[in-house]
Design a protein around this ligand. Structure first.
Ligand code: HXC
Length: 533
């Protein structure tokens, strides 16, 4: 409207707006159009699916009033298949920066109401530019993924857009934390951008990720699967381990991202954020003195130990339902963020298998990239035996874990609670892989293998000859256990820095971490190592 109300000699009259005022109005009108996304109908369709809009997601993530939007007026220039008549501001992705708990973050949020959030040339460039800014200014990137994938009408330009994005994800890796929040479809090659980021958060019932959808799977392999079975949050949290965290709804997913961010530095040149601790753990620590069962074969829950040792209420477990024989997550020790890696004796006796090795190795590498010390709790009988494990490459996957521990230069502290047998002893943060401080509980058993296996091998002939093999076996096992199933032989050699009471663990770790925060390690320059992938 080119008229404006004004008060002339006490009377309200309509006067003509100046050209500049009209231009200002034009801007405001364009903004209104941009904020409408794909229009009311599409927004209602989105909400009816139990999903939030792209803008609501950003609003919930960022501190109120901190969002600065970038490139709102970007539109595509495609003229194929009638797309020239479907031009929307933002081109289906909202980009910008703001703050989460006072810290700078970059954020993009795909808008499914605009062309299904599909990624074309302009859409991709917005995300790529955002990543470049985030790398340059050293701040985390959070991406909300809700997209039908490559914008079909834009053909190769869409594919090029994905390529550009993958390149930026890789360039950003190890420089800034990257978090993907899946809040809708993520299909086809599009899954590889989230896969290249550090953490994937999925939402129950409304998010799914797969390389090929149910129809293609059925056509090619004959297998029938629903979207959820093929790539829902339950599949990726339990079967594939793709999802690090799962929210029951989008609000919870966003809260999880905030908690995750609270443990992370903004970039690889910063230390992780220290949180002031107001409560200390004393109750419960005494209980650790009796947590190890009398019977060495009896399981217990390593999580209980972790929860007692880290600052109360400060443990964020990742990939909780996948490869449960190993636990990973972020915690704090006297306010300082740490990455926790722990065998879980209550699942597969805590043995290391392919998935556990992959899970822990990637986590250790993240911690090392972002200056987060690693605390390892060990109760491991060895690598999991079996045809399946051997045929699927436990050799190369187990090697990943060795590589990750050996390569990491952040402070590394280890506590052996019970079994530390054979190769798995070496792998799990041993002194031999340059861990800084290694503690063992009095219940620790550091040996090539357990008593039963060792005696069966060492005394095979004697056991075959005797009339009472059971009796002899028991006698030999007791002798072996007395000699080897303790931490003192390793402590004598200096492989263990100290044998400590379980109740002392928290205090000892806090004390040991303090000087290590000054740790500097020099290595030979190289382009990069050749990790066994
Ligand atoms: C262009 C797309 C689109 C796409 C969806 N739309 N995906 N437009 N390119 N990839 C449009 C739809 O035409 C529709 O437009 C609107 O978005 C909403 O989509 P609906 O189908 O109505 O929504 P819904 O029923 O919720 O189904 C969502 C969906 C489905 C399951 C994601 O849209 C779908 O199957 N899309 C195609 C998925 C796909 O195969 N993508 C390519 C993957 S391969 P209108 O105008 O009707 O509202 C890939 C390669 C990447 O991404 C390679 C990287 C290296």
């Amino acid at each position: 409207m080119n008229l404006k109300p004004e008060t002339v000699k006490g009377k309200r009259v309509l006067t003509t707006k100046s050209r500049v005022e009209q231009k200002n109005d034009e801007l405001l009108e364009k903004r209104v159009v941009a904020l409408e996304g794909g229009g009311e109908q599409a927004i209602q369709k989105q909400l009816a699916k139990g999903k939030l809009t792209a803008r609501q997601r950003i609003e919930l993530l960022l501190d109120p009033g901190t969002f600065t939007e970038t490139k709102m007026f970007v539109r595509h220039h495609c003229r194929n298949f009638g797309l020239e008549n479907k031009k929307y501001y933002t081109d289906g992705v909202i980009t910008g920066f703001g703050q989460v708990n006072g810290k700078l973050v970059y954020v993009y949020s795909q808008d499914f109401t605009i062309l299904g959030g599909s990624l074309g040339e302009a859409h991709a460039k917005k995300i790529v530019d955002l990543l470049d800014q985030a790398i340059q200014n050293g701040a985390p990137v959070i991406g909300f993924n809700d997209s039908g994938g490559a914008r079909i009408q834009e053909g190769a330009n869409s594919l090029a857009g994905y390529g550009d994005l993958f390149l930026r994800n890789v360039r950003a890796s190890g420089i800034i934390p990257q978090i993907s929040c899946i809040v809708g479809p993520s299909a086809g090659g599009a899954v590889y951008s989230p896969a290249l980021t550090d953490f994937i958060v999925m939402t129950e019932d409304t998010s799914y990720m797969f390389v090929t959808g149910p129809a293609v799977v059925k056509a090619v392999t004959g297998e029938e699967a629903t979207f959820e079975e093929l790539g829902g949050a339950s599949t990726h949290s339990v079967n594939s381990g793709i999802a690090h965290l799962v929210g029951s709804d989008e609000l919870e997913s966003i809260e999880l991202i905030k908690v995750l961010l609270s443990y992370l530095p903004s970039n690889n040149l910063e230390d992780p954020p220290i949180k002031e601790i107001t409560t200390t753990n004393t109750v419960g620590l005494q209980e650790l003195n009796t947590i190890i069962p009398e019977d060495p074969q009896e399981p217990y829950d390593m999580r209980e130990i972790i929860l007692q040792v880290v600052d109360r209420g400060n443990f964020l477990e990742l990939q909780k339902k996948w490869a449960q024989n190993i636990i990973i997550g972020f915690g704090r020790l006297n306010g300082y963020p740490v990455g926790v890696v722990a065998n879980q004796p209550s699942i597969l006796a805590g043995a290391l298998d392919i998935n556990a090795s992959i899970k822990a190795a990637r986590f250790i590498r993240f911690c090392d990239s972002f200056n987060i010390p690693i605390i390892t709790f060990v109760d491991v009988p060895g690598f999991l035996p079996g045809l399946d494990q051997e045929h699927n490459g436990i050799i190369k996957h187990g090697a990943k874990l060795i590589y990750a521990y050996a390569e990491a230069t952040v402070p590394k502290l280890t506590v052996i609670t019970r079994k530390a047998y054979g190769g798995a002893y070496i792998v799990m943060g041993s002194k031999h892989l340059a861990c800084d401080i290694n503690f063992a509980w009095p219940s620790a058993e550091i040996a090539v293998m357990g008593a039963e296996g060792a005696v069966q091998i060492l005394y095979r002939r004697e056991l075959a000859k005797t009339e009472y093999p059971e009796e002899l076996l028991e006698k030999l096992k007791t002798k072996y256990a007395e000699e080897f199933n303790n931490p003192y032989l390793a402590a004598e050699k200096g492989y263990i820095d100290d044998v400590i009471l379980p109740s002392e663990t928290r205090k000892k770790l806090i004390n040991a971490l303090w000087p290590l925060l000054r740790k500097r390690e020099r290595r030979f320059n190289k382009k990069h190592g050749n990790m066994p992938l």
